[in-house]
Design a binder for this molecule. Structure first.
Ligand code: FE
Ligand code: FE
Ligand code: ZN
Length: 280
């Protein structure tokens, strides 16, 4: 079964119920939310999120809570070796997100590994490992999935090897989210999807892959830019992205669109419909 949806917003007063309604209006059976604004750490109390009502509505429509994906806020940068207070704040914010995600009943939370800033990539990776080992000592029943990144600035995670290194040295099970725009921008040629997935399997392991972000890219391969385009309107193209959605090795994994709004209007209903209408 194809599990396809998009990023949706979770805002007051309806919070998770509003998010579920938005996803259902796109005919989605998977969705992703930030539990508050992605750029800050202000969070509404868990009791306000309308989790029970949302769970009821989502499951009554035949969808699974496992396919509600959470995205951690951007302000978390566990790779920051320069400012101890940023590292500490990142840990506290991520811990809070893990509590919130598990209260929601989500299974996976997507996290950007972080940016090493003026320090080396290796030191940044060490710091991410240190941070995750400290946070995950506590047992949350939600799994952190490191996102494959475009390699903009000093971003960690633009090579599968970076994520493999973190996974290997973190003492607790973590997973991966594969973003098509980011992997393309970082230089993986998705025209050779089988080869890219083979490489992913050899270096990280496809059993670690739990979430796919399906986005086209405004830029050429290897640009390291990270600008998402609407499905079929970028340099990856509709055919390749639909191959991702239907690939047998990616079967059953939650696929999430993070494509840009058009004139303030979300494109997700149409994009989901187009992708689901591919006959193969
Ligand atoms: Fe992301
Ligand atoms: Fe993404
Ligand atoms: Zn992106």
């Amino acid at each position: 079964m194809i599990k396809l949806g998009s990023h949706v917003s979770m805002v007051k007063p309806d919070y998770l119920v509003g998010a579920v309604k938005e996803a259902l209006s796109y005919n989605a059976n998977a969705m992703m939310v930030y539990t508050g604004a992605p750029q800050n750490s202000f969070r509404a109390p868990i009791e306000d999120l309308k989790i029970k009502e949302a769970t009821k509505l989502w499951t009554a429509n035949g969808c699974s809570m496992d396919d509600i994906i959470i995205h951690a806020p951007y302000i978390v940068n566990l790779a920051n070796t320069i400012k101890p207070e940023t590292f500490e704040m990142g840990k506290a914010v991520l811990r809070n997100e893990l509590i919130r995600s598990s209260a929601i009943g989500a299974k996976y939370i997507v996290l950007h590994p972080g940016s090493s800033l003026s320090d080396t990539l290796e030191n940044g990776i060490d710091k991410v490992i240190e941070g995750l080992n400290e946070i995950l000592k506590e047992d949350f029943d939600v799994k952190v999935c490191l996102e494959t990144m475009a390699g903009k600035g000093s971003e960690i995670g633009y090579r599968f090897e970076h994520l493999a290194e973190i996974i290997k040295r973190v003492d607790y099970p973590i997973g991966v989210c594969f973003d098509t725009c980011h992997t393309w921008d970082s230089g993986y040629d998705l025209n050779n999807l089988d080869e890219v997935l083979k490489e992913f399997d050899e270096i990280i392991g496809l059993d670690k892959l739990h979430v796919i972000h399906v986005n086209d890219s405004k830029n050429i391969i290897g640009s390291r830019k990270d600008r998402h385009a609407n499905i079929g309107e970028g340099n990856i193209g509709f055919d390749v992205l639909s191959k991702v959605v239907y690939h047998h090795l990616l079967k059953g994994k939650a696929m999430i669109l993070e494509t840009p709004y058009r004139d303030g209007v979300p494109p997700y209903k149409e994009e989901i419909e187009r992708l689901l209408n591919v006959s193969i």
